[in-house]
Design a binder for this molecule. Structure first.
Ligand code: GLP
Length: 249
């Protein structure tokens, strides 16, 4: 695992965007793994600008998102479908049908999860995957657990996750109790993983990820075993690490 530091989130967002540009340039048909949340927003904004000025094109690429809330249809403003459309898909030039997210309103959610997993297995590995991290160290919606869940699955959200995400809803009661999340197998099979973490409320999760042992109670810690994972942290997220733990960019 490479740990890279910059004081500000913008530098890290630009760095992550550059890795996506590089990836698409080396293979325009790349399969991208995408995340939602406040953290990757700036990276998506940079990629939108890069597309606008002709520096990159997503016209041959496809994407799979990590997760979606159970019970929220694509047109719900707090759904991850909606987020992706608003902050990324509408700003770049993917072809119609190139972007996939789990369907949180599928009639049979268990089947939807397994079908989604199968679709990723059918296309092979994700070429590059962007991750955020929850304050409880979840990645996607792989919540702290006794085991690492390998496949895409329906997950009950932790109370702390629902609290963290209540800011996107009118109240915590409106935050869905469940989600569909990609499992650890697809995450670990991704050829390249970039994890962005900004702000002091991520500092404990980052400390446990970087300095702790691999433990399903700290879901992100599985990335210690990934062959090509880069953790990108700003000043706040790095606040519980020593300077010797990271390299500045
Ligand atoms: C959500 C998402 C994660 C994301 C995390 C952090 O719950 N499922 O993929 O990484 O929260 O979100 P934020 O970037 O808004 O802090």
């Amino acid at each position: 695992m490479k740990i890279l530091y910059a004081k500000d989130a913008d530098t890290l967002s630009r760095y992550a965007a550059d890795r996506f540009v590089e990836q698409i340039k080396s293979n325009p048909k790349s399969i991208l793994g995408l995340a939602t949340g406040s953290t990757p927003k700036k990276m998506y904004e940079y990629l939108g600008e890069d597309t606008h000025v002709g520096k990159v094109s997503f016209s041959e690429a496809t994407s799979f998102n990590l997760d979606e809330y159970v019970g929220l249809a694509a047109d719900h403003p707090a759904s991850y479908h909606y987020f992706m459309e608003e902050y990324f898909f509408s700003k770049v030039d993917f072809k119609e049908g190139a972007n996939s997210l789990p369907n949180g309103v599928a009639e049979n959610l268990e089947k939807e999860a397994l079908d989604y997993d199968q679709r990723i297995q059918d296309v092979g590995e994700l070429d590059i995957l962007i991750l955020g991290i929850g304050s409880n160290a979840h990645i996607g919606f792989n919540e702290p657990d006794d085991v690492f869940e390998p496949l895409t699955h329906v997950v009950a959200l932790d109370h702390s996750t629902r609290q963290d995400n209540a800011r996107f809803f009118n109240s915590i009661d409106e935050v869905p109790t469940h989600a569909i999340s990609l499992g650890m197998r697809a995450i670990m099979r991704a050829k390249k993983v970039l994890l962005l973490a900004f702000g002091e409320n991520k500092a404990e999760a980052i400390r446990d990820l970087v300095k702790g042992k691999v433990d399903p109670k700290v879901p992100a810690s599985i990335l210690q075993l990934h062959a090509n994972a880069t953790i990108l942290i700003d000043e706040g997220a790095a606040s519980l690490l020593d300077e010797s733990d990271y390299t500045s960019i």
